[in-house]
Design a protein around this ligand. Structure first.
Ligand SMILES: Cc1ncc(COP(=O)(O)O)c(C=O)c1O
Length: 388
């Protein structure tokens, strides 16, 4: 209740599901960063790689040639084909793939399609913050399993303890934001065993599948036979093609699940931007044949690891993605939120306090997240600032 008018109690105008969504915890830091012209190693917005010129030309051409009206809600045909081809297990672009408004809408649609109010959803901590928000929107209840530092591995017994009759879904993210870790086949097999036992849907956020380093292959839940038919994959073109502003993402799931996902998607957006889908679908880049940013991004990871390693931060080398999760214990006794602010004030470099990636902020208080999808010039400029 928010008050009373003429003796009548007023209802709170907001649905409970919307009241507990976490906004960006960084707003205040960004204001400070702007005032100080700080170097931003906080957000994942790509400073590198650069957007492929063919994509931009394709988008301009699509706009000029009149592709400005509604596209099929589930996505432009050629783009769906390219997305289907990017998986190592066969996918049918007509029945298994849906183009969404970024991975963000894909996540929302996947959770809304799979979770009823009161259902439990298992998530692995540290997690991408929006997982908790998407679960809240669906009225679900997060059940958090902590990965163990410093390797951020999954403990099979602890995972098993989190499952029960109320478990409806599990959200995984590999490569991970924020840890840069990839799930192993053994971990995925264990997940498959539990999800089969409790009849649970796996929502697998694979938005960094194209950014995998050191000769590793990305392992999708679709590569695991026990998971293929009970999983929904979330993908994105934002980081791998450096088009985060185009808002293009996708869902992959077997035909029956895709039917329901598409209905939710029709309600949430009714389709992504038609000319941009056309450009992405016809540039021949999604499957990555002529576009391999991962190798050059690994070089940036190495530079970031050298810079922050020299400062005394400790971390696991990122196996994929665009982030490092670094322990600051050897550098400071301060809480990461105070330390990040000090780093910003003294060195004009912005990184992210890791507290939002943990259910209990205390557990994240010794960590910061560093984005390394930046130009070498930006990383070296950060190094100079930090050495001051
Ligand atoms: C793990 C993860 N999932 C999903 C997203 C959403 O990506 P987008 O909506 O730009 O495709 C992000 C963006 O940072 C992310 O890090």
């Amino acid at each position: 209740m928010t008050g009373a008018v003429a003796g009548r109690a007023l209802r709170d105008p907001f649905a409970v599901r919307a009241q507990h969504l976490n906004g960006s915890s960084l707003a205040e830091l960004f204001v400070l960063a702007r005032e100080r012209s700080a170097i931003d190693l906080a957000v994942g917005t790509p400073g590198f790689p650069v957007t492929p010129p063919r994509l931009i030309e394709g988008a301009v051409e699509a706009l000029r040639s009149g592709r400005n009206q509604y596209e099929a809600a589930h996505g432009e045909a050629m783009l769906r084909r390219q997305i289907a081809d990017s998986f190592s297990t066969p996918a049918d672009p007509d029945t298994d793939i849906t183009v969404t408004v970024g991975g963000t809408e894909a996540l929302c649609a996947a959770v809304l399609a799979s979770v009823d109010p009161g259902d439990e959803v298992v998530i692995l901590e540290p997690f991408y913050e929006n997982f908790v928000n998407a679960i809240a929107l669906a009225g679900g209840v997060p059940r958090v399993v902590s990965l163990r530092a410093p390797h951020w591995r999954l403990d099979a017994a602890e995972l098993a303890e989190a499952f029960g009759p109320r478990t409806r879904a599990l959200i995984v993210n590999s490569p991970s934001n924020p840890t840069g870790r990839m799930l192993t086949l053994e971990e995925l097999d264990e997940i498959a065993r539990l999800c089969e036992r409790w009849d649970v849907t796996v929502i697998s956020d694979e938005v960094y599948a194209g950014l995998v380093f050191d000769g590793r292959n990305h392992l999708s839940v679709m590569d695991v036979p026990g998971l293929r038919d009970r999983s929904i994959v979330i993908g994105s073109l934002s980081k791998s093609l450096a088009v985060s502003g185009w808002r293009l993402g996708y869902l992959r799931a077997e035909a029956r699940r895709t039917d329901v996902l598409r209905r939710v998607h029709e309600v949430t957006s009714n389709g992504a931007a038609a000319p941009l889908q056309f450009a992405a679908g016809h540039a021949g880049l999604v499957a990555g044949e002529r576009w391999r940013p991962a190798i050059d991004l690994a070089a940036r990871r190495d530079v970031a690891q050298q810079i922050f390693g020299d400062l005394g931060f400790t971390f696991q080398p990122a196996e994929g993605g665009c982030f490092l999760l670094a322990d600051i214990s050897a550098v400071t006794a301060a809480d990461c939120r105070d330390y990040v602010r000090r780093l910003l004030e003294e060195s004009a470099v912005l990184v992210v306090p890791a507290t939002p990636f943990f259910a209990d902020p205390e557990r994240g208080s010794r960590y910061v997240r560093i984005a390394f999808n930046r130009t070498l010039d930006t990383l070296r400029a950060a190094e100079r600032n930090l050495s001051r």
